[in-house]
Ligand binder design. Structure first.
Ligand SMILES: [Zn+2]
Length: 471
């Protein structure tokens, strides 16, 4: 068996792992995730790069969750000739129905806008490229097959799959794959996908897996410990209270799926506990609106505490003035609000979508606060804000950064180093091989070293992108 890491190797985005195995007298090739690279020009180049094999050679795709850095290139793969099934959970499928067409739409509008600006002489540099169309996104959706958590199925002779809850976002799964190669002992490969933080808002704790021969584990925060939720709440209360008192706006860039619902939940919960006053919250992302409705739909998959807060809000709807923005005109009207609003918008790393307009509008005023709550990949606009850029270029124009920038770390959708180690400790015996992926080089290196030292596991590898490893 061979595993080749086509992305999320030495970086956080672009999760795509190719597995080749000789089963049932033939060579099977499948992918675990098929995500988009995000953050800057280098990401665009990698997204456009052809695969080292034909998409037609891929028998199936196993998808751990709907985030675009895990699912976002599926339409391109299908458009290039992949016709097999894409296995995912029910909630992931529902999220994909929103996210893939939205991703296509965002790419299209970014291209159109850049072309218009170029014509007007207001765009410098290369024009963005659309990776796929809405029709191609629909094509990928047509290839999805739903598998419930905890149910195992045989994908082909010699390869079995089971999903367990990863506690990361709605529908997120750990993929447990049993592979019986011809003339070899069965091997269990466990792909962590993205592992959630134990005790995090909304989602249940990640499932503990007792046995694996090969583990592919994420390491986004492999070198860090998150702040506690209590510290996060204190910081959020301080920023929100001070900014509202100073008549400023609070702009929160957030992944439409997962983070937006967590922030909403947290703000509502703080109002419920009388730790924040009545709030005016605007959710300005059609995808976030749809994902919030889906979160309500999959209410039974949420943790118990969150269920009770949502029930309280249903009974006390006037406690928070919560508005979901539908169209672009309404979104533009938000530009007129000079203070007192909390605007939650996507994308989470500020690279695309309506958040860019809100930043353009709110960054130049010192009364305003930008609250960064998620991971910001190297090269992204969000990262430049976190790194205290004095000015940023938006829509080809320079915008001064006068608003205060706050990073609130404790809301992570990802387990921290302690959480990842705790999840790995769940394996009752040492796996033959551990691959540490989905982290910037320092984070992966620290996690790998900690696994070697604390768990005393010997074969811990940080794979290089495009290299194949025999397992
Ligand atoms: Zn994710």
């Amino acid at each position: 068996m061979k595993i080749q890491f086509l992305g999320a190797a030495g970086e956080v985005t672009g999760s795509r792992h190719s597995v080749q195995a000789a089963v049932g007298g033939r060579d099977i090739r499948f992918m675990v995730d098929f995500g988009m690279f995000q953050g800057g020009r280098e990401a665009t180049t990698k997204n456009l790069e052809p695969l080292p094999f034909s998409p037609k050679e891929i028998d199936f795709v196993v998808l751990t969750h709907a985030h675009i850095d895990h699912s976002g290139l599926l339409p391109r793969l299908c458009a290039q000739g992949f016709t097999g099934p894409i296995y995912c959970t029910d909630a992931t499928f529902e999220l994909l129905k929103i996210m893939l067409p939205d991703s296509a739409h965002l790419q299209r509008s970014d291209v159109d806008r850049a072309v218009r600006r170029k014509k007007a002489g207001k765009w410098r540099g290369d024009l963005p490229v659309a990776l796929y169309s809405i029709e191609e996104a629909e094509l990928a959706l047509g290839q999805c097959e739903v598998l419930a958590y905890g149910k195992s199925i045989e994908l082909c002779q010699g390869i079995g799959l089971e999903f367990q809850n990863a506690g990361h976002i709605l529908g997120s799964a750990i993929a447990i794959m049993d592979i019986s190669e011809d003339h070899a002992k069965k091997k269990r490969c466990v792909f962590s996908g993205d592992i959630g933080m134990k005790g995090k808002l909304l989602m249940p704790d990640p499932a503990i897996i007792a046995q694996a021969d090969i583990v592919v584990v994420e390491s986004t925060y492999g070198d860090r410990l998150h702040k506690t939720l209590a510290d996060t709440e204190t910081e959020l209360i301080k920023v929100v209270t001070e900014t509202l008192d100073g008549r400023g706006n609070i702009v929160i860039p957030a992944f439409a799926v997962g983070r937006t619902q967590e922030i909403l939940f947290l703000l509502i919960d703080l109002v419920k506990r009388n730790l924040l006053p009545h709030l005016s919250i605007w959710v300005d992302s059609p995808m976030a609106t749809a994902a919030t409705h889906l979160t309500q739909h999959f209410f039974a998959q949420l943790d118990k505490e969150s269920q009770s807060t949502f029930e309280w809000f249903k009974k006390n709807p006037s406690a928070v003035d919560l508005r979901f923005i539908a169209d672009v005109e309404e979104s533009k009207a938000l530009n007129k609000i000079k203070g007192g609003a909390i605007i939650i918008s996507a994308s989470g790393m500020c690279d695309a979508g309506r958040i860019v307009h809100h930043l353009q509008n709110n960054l130049p005023r010192a009364q305003n606060a930008i609250v960064i709550t998620g991971f910001q990949a190297y090269g992204s606009l969000g990262r430049r804000l976190v790194d205290r850029a004095a000015k940023v270029r938006l829509f080809g124009e320079e915008v001064p950064v006068r608003a205060s920038i706050h990073t609130i770390g404790g809301l992570s959708a990802h387990a921290d180093q302690a959480g990842l180690l705790e999840w790995l400790r769940g394996f009752q015996s040492e796996p033959q091989l551990v691959f540490v992926v989905h982290g910037e080089p320092e984070a992966s290196a620290v996690l790998a070293q900690t696994i070697r030292e604390e768990l005393e596991w010997k074969n811990v590898t940080i794979p290089e992108r495009l290299h194949s490893y025999a397992c």
